[in-house]
Each structure stands twice: as structure tokens, then as C-alpha cells.
Design a protein around this ligand. Sequence first.
Ligand code: TYD
Length: 136
Amino acid sequence: MKNFEREIKVREDTKRGLLAVFEYGENCPFEVKRTYCIIDVPEGVERGFHAHKHLEQICVCLKGSCEFDLDDGKQKVTLRLDSPRKGIYLPNAIWHVMKNFSKDCVLLVLASDHYDENDYIRDYDEFLNFIKDASK
Ligand code: TYD
């Protein structure tokens, strides 16, 4: 399975705090066209349950923590985000579920394209068919 974990470049000093950098060609493999945040997720709520046909994303927990279940149609892995130093690179065609959000979780997502509902695959069987067709 692919390695989804990415180290985020940070500049930190004890007197002034932490600055996290996302730079195209450095630690971000695509030009960012959209950013969004997920915050205030109530305890026990799970989000996601979809894959994208083309979209690539980078997810970073700026505050608090959460977990990602990632599934490429063959293998599954669960990754925990609990530091702005750590990110997840989410390529297209990965079924993902976000869960175990801490109360203070601020999840930042950088996306390679504009919002397009037609790029979503929200049905798991459809996702498996998409993977199968893509490997032909
Ligand atoms: P969705 O991606 O389904 O959220 P999650 O996977 O976290 O459950 O998006 C939730 C709603 O927000 C959905 O109606 C689409 C809308 N939305 C936008 O309008 N723009 C965006 O950039 C995103 C990510 C979602």
C-alpha cells in the first residue's frame, strides 16, 4: 500500500511558536485551488465515506487530533493525525472515513481542484468498480 504520511515543514522557536508551511513542489505535489476546514465535530461522529475520481488532497490537524481510515480497494490502514508536523496525502481513488475527532480538532484540507460533486464516489460498490475499471 502507498505511504500516505507526509512530514510538514515547520519553523518553530520556543519564544514565537510554530509556523507550518505547505509549498507546491516542496511538500505539496499539486497546486492548491481550494482549502477548507473541518471543526467542532461532535464526539463519535464519522465523516467522509467517499472517494474522489480525480481530486488530490493534503490533510493536516492544526489543533487536536483525528483518525483516517484509508482504503485503496485492496488494503486498509488507519492513520492518526495529532500534530501540525504530520500530514496525510490523500490521492484520488482512496475511500476514506474520518473519525475520533477530539473536541478541539481543527482539520485543514488543501485540495487540488474546485468543489465538484461529480468528482465524488459516495457508494462503496461503485468505488470498487471504479478501481477495477481503472486497473484495466
Ligand atoms: P463532504 O465532502 O461530503 O464532507 P465530509 O466528507 O467531511 O462528510 O461535504 C459536506 C457538504 O459540504 C456537502 O454538501 C458538500 C459541501 N462542500 C462544499 O460545498 N464545498 C467544499 O469544498 C466541500 C469540501 C464540501
